[in-house]
Design a protein around this ligand. Structure first.
Ligand code: C2E
Ligand code: MG
Ligand code: MG
Ligand code: MG
Length: 287
């Protein structure tokens, strides 16, 4: 996580924080209360269709610890997972993100990351149906992001869960594609709407022929299967240009918009709409 340069993430990762982290037990105990104390919150990072309009946001979980400061999810989610807290936290994330999405124009989607605990809990499909009903979000405006680690066991139960979500109209994307095992049988057996190519292959796209070949192949493979492709971690105009040229459907990354608070996201939407309709200078058009 420390290698990520996301603003307010790596930078707050200082010595005192490391000391506290060593006392994992402390963190674990305060995490138990973080929800009640409203220390958890969401940031939203915009997703852009090519050529250049906002199509939705990914909700990203943050913990504002009273003493340590903002702790990135890569640090505390594994603890929450191990401690059996992720199911409850995940339910909160889902409801909060869906409620926020109802304040956006109805063409925009919200993407919510699912942890293995949540996915495997058995109550996911019931609770998601309840949540979207309670907040009044159209099912096709919600997208779940899951990683292959969730699907390590390709069981009938997993397939059932994904199919039920699919029938509800909820979209499913396979996150961090290209890392982990990338078994093609996932693509054959599970109903994905989107593949998100991990930033590992995007970072050196301008200089590394192998990354280019891999990304080009993933795009071809996905499109052949009727699956759309999103590139994660787009940081340069060169990367964005290359990805557009190769037919990548969506871009996400600091070049186009960093994760931002709920209010900033609302303003971002308003500004984008204004800019697009005015037809003058397209400010969010980074490329
Ligand atoms: P992810 O789902 O792959 O999310 C993308 C990560 O890449 C985010 O890190 C985002 O801030 C970062 N990112 C986006 N654009 C750029 C860029 O241009 N450059 C770089 N260097 N990084 C970029 P973040 O917010 O630290 O989240 C890390 C991971 O934590 C997520 O990876 C996801 O797996 C997990 N996570 C976040 N929120 C939740 C949640 O609510 N529930 C669960 N289960 N997992 C979550
Ligand atoms: Mg994700
Ligand atoms: Mg990802
Ligand atoms: Mg990733």
């Amino acid at each position: 996580a420390a290698k990520r340069d996301g603003r307010g993430c790596a930078r707050v990762f200082n010595r005192s924080m490391l000391l506290l982290l060593e006392q994992r037990e402390n963190l674990r105990r305060s995490l138990r209360m973080a929800l009640e104390r409203s220390e958890l919150y969401l940031e939203y990072q915009p997703l852009f269709s090519t050529p250049s309009s906002v199509v939705g946001f990914e909700a990203l979980l943050r913990w504002r610890h009273p003493e340590i400061g903002t702790i990135p999810p890569g640090v505390f989610i594994p603890i929450a997972e191990a401690d059996g807290l992720m199911d409850e936290i995940g339910r909160w994330v889902l409801e909060e993100a869906c409620r926020e999405a109802t304040t956006w124009p109805s063409s925009l989607t919200v993407s919510v990351n699912l942890s293995p605990a949540q996915f495997l809990s058995g109550s996911l499909t019931d609770s998601v149906a309840q949540v979207i009903d309670a907040v009044g979000l159209r099912a096709d405006r919600l997208e779940f992001e899951i990683t292959e680690t969730v699907l390590l066991e390709q069981t009938i139960d997993n397939l059932d869960t994904l199919n039920t979500l699919n029938v509800l109209g909820i979209r499913i994307s396979l996150d961090d594609f290209g890392t982990y095992y990338s078994s093609l049988s996932y693509l054959k057996n599970f109903p994905f709407d989107t593949l998100k190519i991990d930033q590992y292959f995007i970072n050196d796209l301008e200089t590394d022929q192998k990354s280019q070949t891999i990304v080009r192949s993933i795009i071809g493979l996905a499109h052949g299967l009727g699956i759309s492709v999103t590139a994660e971690g787009v940081e340069t105009k060169g990367q964005a240009r290359w990805l557009k040229k190769e037919g990548c459907d969506c871009l996400q990354g600091n070049l186009l918009g960093r994760p931002m608070g709920a209010e900033a996201a609302r303003n971002f939407v308003r500004r984008s709409a204004h800019v697009t309709s005015s037809g003058k200078e397209e400010r969010n058009r980074a490329v």
